[in-house]
Design a protein around this ligand. Structure first.
Ligand code: HEC
Ligand code: HEC
Ligand code: HEC
Ligand code: HEC
Length: 157
């Protein structure tokens, strides 16, 4: 016998250890790698279906103005012209799909307006902002038309 294999038990033990390590790795891999991983690339194929299954919540301005043709014309006259409908009205895809099944939502100006116009030093100085405690009253909608806010009070009928 050459001296090379004089300690062959060590080699066998090492090989056994490696084999056990590989087995544990393969088991853990089978356990933790989700189904469909790698089918299309370095991600889970089922994620595509999951994302597709998210219900669409926003309809987009183009959909709104198809039916509410008068609102964009009104908006054009004021500084809210560039704000998208659903930035104020919230997601209304269901309503746009079928107005008889889901009603449009009229936001409450008392809650809505201060979300953007509450005075805050972090806002650009040119941005119109007010302190509701010092401004003319809590019912913003009494004086301002939400679609055409203007600077002058606009009493609504
Ligand atoms: C398919 C046509 C259609 C589309 C698209 C549509 N609406 Fe409407 N909407 C209606 C109808 C019809 C009414 C009911 C009108 C009424 O009762 O005077 C209505 C009513 C409303 C109301 C008033 C609700 C109330 O309580 O008086 C709001 C606000 C509104 N829609 C916002 C929107 C917004 C924002 C969008 C875009 C996300 C949108 N609508 C898309 C047809 C549509
Ligand atoms: C700056 C916020 C804001 C934006 C932008 C906005 N709305 Fe409104 N809208 C309101 C508020 C607030 C009311 C509720 C007014 C009330 O109760 O008197 C309203 C009311 C309405 C109504 C009910 C009828 C009426 O005129 O009172 C409709 C319809 C409507 N909005 C559609 C739209 C559409 C369509 C767009 C986009 C083209 C849009 N709005 C953009 C805030 C907004
Ligand atoms: C999504 C944010 C947003 C909301 C919500 C919002 N505004 Fe505005 N508002 C703006 C922006 C943007 C401007 C334009 C600022 C500019 O041009 O410098 C503006 C401008 C104004 C102005 C100045 C108009 C002028 O002619 O100078 C008034 C007044 C105003 N808004 C009142 C309101 C009232 C009242 C409400 C609630 C019905 C409201 N806003 C809701 C973003 C908002
Ligand atoms: C009693 C009527 C009245 C009520 C209520 C009212 N406003 Fe005004 N608002 C005005 C008038 C008038 C002006 C223009 C003169 C001024 O700046 O004080 C104005 C100006 C503004 C401006 C422009 C400020 C600037 O620096 O250009 C904003 C933004 C505004 N209002 C938001 C609101 C919000 C938000 C509410 C509700 C919390 C509200 N307003 C309630 C009458 C009113």
């Amino acid at each position: 016998m050459s001296r090379l294999f004089g300690h062959k038990e060590h080699l066998v033990r090492m090989a056994g250890l490696f084999a056990a390590g590989i087995l544990v790795f393969l088991l853990a891999r089978a356990l933790f790698v989700p189904k469909g991983f790698g089918t299309y690339g370095h991600y889970r194929a089922g994620a595509l279906a999951d994302n597709r299954a998210y219900p669409v919540k926003f309809a987009g301005r183009d959909a709104c103005v198809e039916c509410h043709t008068d609102v964009p014309d009104a908006l054009k006259a004021g500084k809210h012209a560039r704000i998208r409908c659903e930035a104020c009205h919230g997601p209304l895809a269901a309503h746009a799909q079928d107005p008889t099944k889901a009603k449009g939502v009229k936001p409450d100006p008392k809650v809505l307006c201060v979300k953007c116009h509450l005075a805050n030093v972090a806002k650009p100085q040119g941005f119109p902002q007010i302190d509701p405690k010092e401004h003319l009253g809590p019912n913003c909608g009494e004086c301002h038309d939400p679609h055409v806010p203007g600077q002058e009070p606009q009493k609504k009928g």
